[in-house]
Design a protein. Structure first.
Length: 269
């Protein structure tokens, strides 16, 4: 067989790109199908925020009025939601794929490189918004209502989901840079300064000293203010726009780190 015939045969049997969107849906679908098979990773993500919500409301509701908080359940609901959605990602599964060699096999296929990460992130967005629902239901049972109505509930879910998505870039960056499951599992530690050096338990005007200064620069402060506005105040742009900006800022930083790590791993493969 001549060289020309071989080349023609190669062209006939070679894999062709399926397209970015189909690749993205394939990666996202695989990630979503794997979630029910990993209850050990999902159950704590749901139990922890519910536990803290119940404990905080039960322990602090009686003294919250001294800090100027009239409805402590409504004040704490966004905190529980942020705990539910932050750090939830398929980064540990990505590490497994890297260690097993599956990720490298994907890289020799015509799959879109960006879809390998964006597909996982799309699955994460679906998951974190689903995790919001039980926390919201508990809030409704405790009497929390939305001043913004049903549309405000949808906006609340979307803003919460986008925050969870924005934060996923950090564990993915660690997964791609290190390929180490222990490093990925410890990435949630990055969230603790965001979670507690802010208006978790007190409104911003009640904070003093260095904590008030740190809270002024903490993006979670503005996220919580926006979520609380949807519950208690209405469509207050002075609260909602900074919340959207905080999500965008964290997302820009984390996505830059994640996709830089992806490009580095692709070059090194």
């Amino acid at each position: 067989m001549s060289g020309a015939s071989i080349n023609a045969g190669d062209r006939r049997i070679g894999a062709r790109p399926a397209g970015f969107w189909r690749d993205l849906m394939s990666v996202a679908g695989r990630a979503l199908r794997a979630i029910p098979r990993e209850p050990a990773a999902l159950i704590p993500a749901l139990i922890v925020p519910l536990f803290f919500f119940i404990v905080n409301v039960g322990a602090l509701a009686d003294i919250s009025s001294f800090a100027g908080v009239d409805d402590f359940e409504a004040f704490q609901l966004p905190v529980a939601i942020v705990f539910a959605v932050t750090g939830i990602s398929r980064a540990s599964a990505l590490v497994t794929d890297i260690q097993s060699g599956y990720f490298d096999r994907l890289l020799v296929s015509p799959v879109s490189r960006y879809s390998l990460l964006l597909g996982l992130m799309a699955a994460d967005l679906v998951l974190v918004m689903a995790l919001c629902v039980p926390v919201l239901v508990l809030g409704f049972i405790l009497g929390v209502g939305f001043a913004t109505g049903p549309l405000g509930i949808l906006a609340f879910l979307l803003l919460s989901g986008l925050w969870g998505l924005a934060f996923t870039g950090f564990p993915y960056a660690i997964a791609l840079r290190t390929g180490n499951p222990a490093a990925v599992n410890s990435s949630f530690i990055l969230f603790f300064p965001f979670a507690f050096l802010t208006t978790t338990f007190l409104p911003q005007e009640a904070l003093t000293g260095w904590l008030a200064t740190v809270a002024d620069y903490n993006p979670v402060t503005y996220l919580l203010a926006g979520l609380r506005a949807l519950i208690s105040s209405g469509w207050v742009l002075a609260d909602l726009l900074p919340a959207i900006g905080a999500v965008a800022l964290v997302g820009a930083v984390s996505f830059y780190l994640a996709f830089s790590a992806l490009r580095a791993r692709v070059r090194g493969s």
